[in-house]
Write a protein that binds this ligand. Structure first.
Ligand code: HEM
Length: 458
C-alpha cells in the first residue's frame, strides 16, 4: 500500500506561522482513509512518516491528526493541551465504567494516580516477587506433559492471575482467579469489536456471542464487587492496591465512592491482563523463532542461578533476558495505537492542531521505523546494550508511553516479563505446532493470531 502526501497548505489561522499538516494520500470518496485503516491498520500507519511529521487523515467526514516521528509522539504525550477522550474511550467507559483512572482527566485523574501509584512504585514490586515466582514456575510446570500449548489462553491466564493476586491480595482472590480469567478473556474477545463498530442496541440482541459477552461482563462486575466485599469483611489491610483504594480520600477528605473503587479495580486489571498476555505471546514466538536467543537466555539463567529455579531477586542480573523482553516489545507492541484529543487550539511540530481535534499515533510504527532503527525488522536484543542503545532516538522506544498517562505498571510488567521469560527458556525450547499462526492480530492489543507451540524440555 502506498500513501502519497499532498503538499502542506499554508497557514490560515490566527497564528500564520503554523502550517496545516499534509493530507495523507490514498483517500477514497466518502470513506477517506478509513477503509485502508480498517483493512490493514499496521501497514497503513507504518507508511505515514515519509509523508509528513504530522499528517491529516480523513475518516469519513472527520479529520484526524497523526504525528509520525518519535519526537512528536513524545511531545504529544507530554503536552497538557491533549487529553484522553474520543469515541473509542467513550465506548470503553460504557463497558468498563466511567470512574477509572484510564479514562479520567484533569484533577480527578491526578488524584487517582496519587492513590494507585504507591502500589506500583519500584520499592513496592519486591513484595510481589513470591506470587510472580510461583505463577512463572506453575506455568512452566503446566507445560511439562508435552502436547500443544494454546499460548493465547495460557498467556492470558498467567497475566490475569499475577495482576489480580499481586494487586488484590488474599485467599479469596487466589480462589476466584480462574473465574476472573474466564470473564476477562471473554470480555476482551468482544471488546474491540464493540469499540470500533459501535452498534449499540444490536449488541443486546440474544445471539449466542452477545449472550456470552454480556454474561462475562456481568460476571466481571459481580466478581469485583465480591472481591471488595470479601476484603472489607475480612478486616485485613495488606499493603496493596485494594487497601489503597479502600482508604483513598477525595479532594474534600471524604472516602471515595463505591462506584469509583469498583471502576478503579476494573480499570487497572483490564489493561494489566491484556497487555502482559499479548507481550508474553510475542516473547514465546520470539523464543520459538530465534532458538539461539532462547539458548542465550537459558545460559544466562544458569550463570546467575547456578542451576536452582530462577527467583524474583535474580531479575536485575538477567540483563540479556531483559534485552530480549525489550526487543520483543519493540517488534510486538501490545499497545499498538494511542489516541488523544486537543483541548485548545494548539500546535505540534509547527503544525496547527485545532481544539477538539482527535489525534492518533502508533507505537508499532514508531518502534519499527527504519529511520530510528538499523535493520529495523531484525530481532536483535543486543541493540539494547548500553553502547548501542544510546543511538536510539528519544521516544523511539516508549512502549509504556511518557508523561502523565505513562503506564503505572511499567516496572511491575518488566519484572514479571523478565522472570517468566527466564523461567520458561531455562526449562524448554519452543517450536511452532501445526496450525500455529503468528501473524499479528489487531484488537484492543496487538498479539499473534493463534500461537500454538510445543515445549521441548532442555
Ligand atoms: C496505561 C502500556 C502493563 C495498568 C498504559 C499506557 C500504555 C501502557 C502505553 C498509556 C496509554 C495512553 O497513553 O493512552 C502497557 C504495556 C504493558 C502494560 C505495554 C505490558 C507489557 C500494565 C499493567 C498494569 C497496567 C501490568 C496494571 C496491573 C495501566 C493503567 C493505565 C495504563 C491503569 C492508565 C494510566 C493512566 O491513564 O493514567 N499502559 N501497560 N498496565 N496501564 Fe499499562
Amino acid at each position: 500500500m502506498t500513501v502519497e502526501s499532498a503538499q502542506p497548505e499554508s497557514g490560515t489561522s490566527a497564528d500564520p506561522g503554523l502550517r496545516e499538516p499534509p493530507l495523507a494520500g490514498g483517500r477514497v470518496p466518502l470513506l477517506g482513509h478509513g477503509l485502508r485503516l480498517a483493512r490493514d491498520p499496521l501497514a497503513f500507519l507504518a507508511q505515514l512518516r515519509p509523508h509528513g511529521d504530522v499528517v491529516r487523515l480523513k475518516l469519513g467526514p472527520k479529520t484526524v491528526y497523526a504525528p509520525t516521528t518519535p519526537g512528536l509522539t513524545g511531545a504529544l504525550a507530554l503536552s497538557p493541551d491533549f487529553i484522553i477522550a474520543g469515541p473509542l474511550w467513550e465506548s470503553l467507559e460504557g463497558l468498563l465504567g466511567k470512574e477509572g483512572v484510564a479514562t479520567a482527566n484533569g484533577p480527578l485523574h491526578r488524584r487517582q494516580r496519587r492513590t494507585i501509584q504507591p502500589a506500583f512504585r519500584l520499592d513496592a514490586i519486591p513484595a510481589y516477587g513470591p506470587v510472580m515466582e510461583e505463577e512463572a514456575h506453575a506455568l512452566a510446570e503446566r507445560w511439562q506433559s508435552g502436547g500443544t500449548i494454546d499460548c493465547t489462553a495460557e498467556a492470558f491466564r498467567v497475566a490475569v492471575r499475577v495482576a489480580a493476586r499481586c494487586l488484590l491480595r488474599g485467599p479469596y482472590m487466589d480462589q476466584c482467579a480462574e473465574r476472573l480469567c474466564d470473564a476477562l478473556a471473554t470480555v476482551f474477545r468482544g471488546m474491540y469489536r464493540r469499540m470500533v463498530v459501535p452498534l449499540g442496541p444490536l449488541y443486546r440482541l440474544p445471539f449466542p456471542a452477545n449472550r456470552e459477552f454480556n454474561r462475562a461482563l456481568a460476571d466481571l462486575h459481580l466478581l469485583v464487587d465480591e472481591i471488595i466485599a470479601e476484603r472489607r469483611a475480612s478486616g485485613q489491610k495488606p499493603d496493596d492496591l485494594l487497601t489503597a483504594l479502600l482508604d483513598a480520600k477525595d479532594d474534600n477528605g471524604d472516602p471515595i465512592g463505591e462506584q469509583e473503587i469498583h471502576d478503579q479495580v476494573i480499570a487497572i486489571l483490564t489493561p494489566g491482563g491484556e497487555t502482559i498476555a499479548a507481550t508474553i505471546m510475542w516473547l514465546l514466538q520470539a523464543l520459538a523463532e530465534h532458538p539461539e536467543q532462547a539458548d542465550r537466555v537459558s545460559a544466562e539463567v544458569e550463570t546467575v542461578t547456578g542451576g536452582r529455579p530462577v527467583a524474583f531477586a535474580d531479575v536485575r542480573r538477567l540483563t540479556h533476558t531483559n534485552n530480549v523482553v525489550v526487543e520483543g516489545m519493540r517488534l510486538g507492541p501490545a499497545v499498538w495505537i494511542l489516541t488523544r484529543r486537543a483541548v485548545v487550539d494548539t500546535e505540534l511540530g509547527g503544525y496547527r492542531i485545532p481544539a477538539g481535534a482527535d489525534i492518533l499515533y502508533s507505537p508499532y510504527a514508531i518502534q519499527r521505523d527504519p529511520e530510528s532503527y538499523a535493520d529495523h525488522l531484525e530481532f536483535d536484543p543486543d541493540r539494547w546494550l548500553p553502547e548501542r542503545a544510546k543511538d536510539v532516538p528519544k521516544y523511539a522506544m516508549s512502549p509504556f508511553s511518557v508523561g502523565n498517562r505513562k503506564c503505572p505498571g511499567s516496572d511491575f510488567s518488566m519484572a514479571q516479563l523478565t522472570l517468566i521469560t527466564a523461567a520458561l527458556a531455562a526449562r524448554y525450547r519452543f517450536e511452532h505446532a501445526p496450525g500455529s499462526d503468528g501473524t499479528p492480530h489487531v484488537g484492543v492489543t496487538l498479539r499473534p493470531h493463534r500461537l500454538l507451540l510445543r515445549a521441548v524440555p532442555r
